[in-house]
Design a protein. Structure first.
Length: 200
């Protein structure tokens, strides 16, 4: 008969399980993240992960929720430091890039993996919504200051698409030789801002 688990036991093992899932995903893709593989990587019986999560999707949802939360915290911290709107927006872009390059596996799990059952995981839905919010909040500051014109949701997604595209190309080593990814991001964002009415 398995012993009763304390809250600390559950939290600790869930974290280890999520760490293992992220590493398996990074090394072999989502198909490698099976309950049996996770159990083997942690040196436990094949049934042990089921004491903590219903199935593989539940584990991936927990991993992605944690990643979205870390991402949102990083962007919120970049914006909430008292800077003027333009400086705050640049800091958000820098924080976004820093997160993606420092935690590429988490970044890919957040944005490359589609889970058809996402709506079944409230923690994931809340974390993802919080992360999306960080990508429009700084734009609202620019619009309120008269530096941009337009719908903040659309503009936020325009900047997001540009930033995400350059980061994905960099992570995949698909940029042409001699292209500096930092300069590419700067030129892209400056061009978009100018087209959207930025008056620095």
């Amino acid at each position: 008969m398995p012993r009763a688990l304390t809250d600390a036991d559950v939290t600790g093992f869930r974290e280890r399980l999520c760490d293992a899932a992220e590493m398996l995903f990074a090394a072999h893709g989502p198909d490698a993240v099976t309950m049996r593989q996770l159990a083997a990587s942690l040196g436990v019986s094949p049934m042990t992960p089921y004491r903590y999560f219903k199935d593989k999707d539940a584990i991936l949802a927990a991993v992605r929720a944690a990643a979205f939360t870390r991402f949102a915290v990083a962007l919120e911290g970049a914006r909430q430091n008292g800077d003027a709107p333009l400086a705050a927006s640049q800091r958000v872009a820098d924080a976004y890039t820093d997160f993606a390059l420092a935690q590429p596996d988490a970044y890919r799990l957040m944005f490359d993996l589609a889970q058809p059952t996402e709506d079944q995981y409230p923690e994931l839905a809340v974390a993802a919504a919080r992360a999306r919010r960080t990508m429009t909040a700084h734009v609202e500051g620019l619009i309120a200051a008269g530096l941009l014109r337009g719908d903040p949701e659309i503009i936020g997604h325009v900047f997001w698409a540009s930033l995400h595209g350059t980061i994905v190309l960099q992570l995949a080593h698909k940029l042409s030789p001699g292209i500096d990814p930092t300069e590419l991001r700067r030129v892209s964002l400056v061009a978009l801002a100018a087209g959207l009415g930025l008056s620095a």
